[in-house]
Write a protein that binds this ligand. Sequence first.
Ligand code: SF4
Ligand code: SF4
Length: 63
Amino acid sequence: MYMISIDAEKCEGCNECIDGCPVNILEMTDGKAVVIDGSESDCMGCETCVVVCPTAAPVIEEM
Ligand code: SF4
Ligand code: SF4
């Protein structure tokens, strides 16, 4: 099981992680990518968001 979080301090709002997430659990709020409430543990751990992010804002934890 994986948990995803996004460091808002690092996010530049480029949208790449949102476009790339295969399970659509990321959205843009006030110019920052956020995990949709309650969807944190729906992350598949595919690392797409990590790979496409220019600022290393997404953090995946394996539980
Ligand atoms: S690791 Fe994959 S499934 Fe999880 S939030 Fe990132 S892109 Fe989506
Ligand atoms: S890819 Fe990184 S910088 Fe771009 S919206 Fe996602 S978290 Fe923010």
